[in-house]
Design a protein around this ligand. Structure first.
Ligand SMILES: [Fe+2]
Ligand SMILES: [Fe+2]
Length: 303
């Protein structure tokens, strides 16, 4: 069931539009006496051996990685959405405008996250590393079929919605500017997930059963690749955390720390999207019960 159409997406897009400096940053900087990611997202409270100060630092490191992750996932999102506008060039001009706005917003979001990354870095010790190369990863993602890439894109845009909900769920004292990143990003992401829900089924209609079956394997492969990035980055972030905090942990604590950050990242970038009820609704309208089970089996190995 579609709740909105492209014309309504344009209307919403015009209504919620914001400016990076005037609306989001507003001359502010990040308050390093507070956490950046709420606990529901960072899961730092599941590591009871950390001091309050260490939990705060770990949530700030995760917040920096969050900005970096969006700086690159939105790169392949923009490229793919721009590509699919081709289907509307000489056809539905309302759909074309809605999708062009979508791309314009994603370019701005990349700029926002590029803008805040060094602002976060300025308040941290040297030595932080963001491992994946945005252009390399984006190029690898785009080698897959449009069906598979749209499946990944819907997952990402739904999890940004979920993260916003988490950011306002409690009365946690998190950095005001960081909370606003969730708020403003969410505002412009609501129409994106609606358009993904229109475009993915439209793309699906072009495929034969065999092509769809192959595309499902590609989607699974993409999620496994995302997981590979999360493994590498979570390790880099734990390593940096240990250096920056100056703390030394027992071997068993190190193991819990590594597993805890990886689990948080898997929730942030995979499961808060694929487990979203709207993701399940769209996916099950496109694939068979047997194909859903195949996807779920692959996901189970990452839980
Ligand atoms: Fe975005
Ligand atoms: Fe988006």
């Amino acid at each position: 069931m579609q709740r909105f159409n492209y014309a309504e997406c344009i209307e919403i897009s015009k209504r919620v539009r914001w400016d990076i400096e005037k609306d989001v940053i507003r001359g502010r900087s990040f308050d390093f006496s507070k956490r950046f990611l709420p606990d529901g997202i960072s899961m730092v409270n599941r590591l009871p051996f950390l001091t309050e100060e260490q939990k705060r630092l770990l949530s700030q490191i995760q917040g920096r990685t969050y900005a970096n992750m969006f700086g690159f996932v939105e790169r392949f999102i923009t490229a793919k959405i721009l590509e699919i506008t081709r289907d509307h060039w000489l056809d539905d001009q309302v759909a074309l405008e809605a999708l062009i706005r979508f791309c314009d917003e994603e370019l701005k979001h990349q700029e926002l996250f590029r803008r805040v990354e060094p602002m976060i870095g300025a308040g941290m010790h040297e030595g932080y590393r963001f491992v994946p190369d945005p252009n390399q990863v984006a190029a690898a993602v785009l080698k897959n079929s449009t069906w598979a890439v749209l499946g990944l894109i819907l997952e990402i845009e739904l999890f940004t919605q979920e993260h916003y909900k988490q950011s306002i769920a409690g009365d946690e004292d998190i950095s005001e500017l960081y909370r606003d990143l969730f708020l403003f990003h969410w505002k412009e992401e609501t129409t994106h997930s609606i358009m993904d829900e229109l475009e993915w089924p439209r793309e699906d209609k072009k495929l034969s059963n065999e092509e769809r079956d192959r595309a499902i394997d590609e989607l699974i492969g993409l999620v496994v690749d995302v997981d590979g990035i999360l493994r590498v980055q979570s390790n880099a972030d734990v390593e940096y955390f240990c250096k920056a905090s100056g703390a030394s942990f027992a071997a068993e604590e190190m193991q819990l720390l590594r597993a805890g950050v990886l689990k948080a990242y898997r929730w942030q970038y995979i499961f808060s999207g694929v487990d979203h009820p709207r993701y399940r609704t769209t996916l099950s309208s496109l694939v068979s019960e047997e194909q859903t089970q195949r996807i779920d089996r692959a996901l189970a190995s990452l839980r």
